[in-house]
Design a protein around this ligand. Structure first.
Ligand code: KIV
Length: 278
């Protein structure tokens, strides 16, 4: 029986004013290091599409890919809560399909919870979240910039900046409140001004987890490849804590050089070595 971080543990930390931490992971080796590093939650994000499967955005990720990534993470994680991110259009077409797909993350892939993106006033998603929480599926909301709507909204924008109306910000706050009523256990808040992050956080009684949402939220999340410098991008909202791209390139260059110059394999790497003139 696993004893991973539960919704109740997240809530206890929130009530004790402990800032929550979340990172994404898409495979077992990285998930196991992220877990050992002590994060509270690991999101098997649909950002796997661009950061793991090589697509340009999150839209192409399939249920099969998402479930396979989530299972790999599940097998590697002992302590953190594992959250499966529901891919574009894996929810919303019908209540039945949405519930079945959410259930697959928990029953087949070992997720502890799921996450769904919600558009402003996203009635359909809010209804699905209500049903999922009623059925015992811990559900995380996601508002602000929602990458699955990329083609509709024309790329990332910062909610709360001059060009977004105060009505749009009011709508965001109202959506957060409706998600709270629907039963989400946390809300991801993506790419908003610090003031909007603060306002949403004050408006709801569930932990807000920010990515590009400033300092006045209840927790932070980053995309693992961005923060590791592993084929990721240097976004203003992120911070690079390592340069794994360089580490990999140096290791590969050293390997190529050693093979070509006969330094690898060495005697210690072979079974029953023979002398050259044997
Ligand atoms: O898929 C993802 O990585 C996400 C985070 C940006 C929160 O949804």
């Amino acid at each position: 029986m696993q004893n991973r971080t539960s919704v109740r543990d997240i809530w206890t930390k929130y009530e004790n004013d402990e800032t929550l931490t979340m990172l994404t992971a898409y495979d077992a080796p990285i998930a196991s290091q992220v877990d050992a590093g002590g994060v509270d939650m690991i999101l098997v994000g649909d950002s796997a599409a661009d950061n793991h499967h090589g697509h340009d955005d999150t839209l192409p990720l399939t249920m099969d890919e998402a479930l396979s990534n989530t299972s790999a993470v599940d097998r590697a994680v002992d302590d953190a809560m594992v959250i499966g991110d529901m891919p574009f259009l894996s929810y919303g077409a019908s209540m039945e399909e949405s519930v079945n797909n959410a259930g697959r993350f928990m029953k087949e892939a070992g997720a502890d919870a799921v996450k769904l993106e919600t558009a402003p006033h996203g009635d359909t998603t809010i209804e699905i979240i209500e049903r999922l929480t009623e059925l015992g599926v811990p559900t995380m909301g996601h508002i602000g910039f929602t990458p699955q709507r990329m083609h509709q909204i024309g790329g990332p924008y910062i909610q709360g900046r001059g060009h977004t109306s105060s009505a749009a910000v009011d709508e965001l706050v109202e959506t957060a409140e409706r998600l709270e009523d629907a039963g989400v256990f946390t809300i991801v808040l993506e790419t908003v001004t610090e003031e909007v992050g603060k306002r949403v956080t004050a408006a709801v009684d569930v932990p807000t987890i920010g990515i590009g949402a400033g300092r006045y939220v209840d927790g932070q999340v980053l995309v693992i490849t961005d923060m590791l410098g592993l084929g990721g991008e240097a976004f203003k909202l992120s911070k690079q804590y390592a340069d794994i791209d360089s580490e990999i390139r140096h290791a590969v260059e050293a390997y190529v050089d050693e093979v070509k110059t006969g330094q690898f394999p060495d005697e210690e790497n072979v079974y029953d070595p023979v002398e050259e003139d044997d």
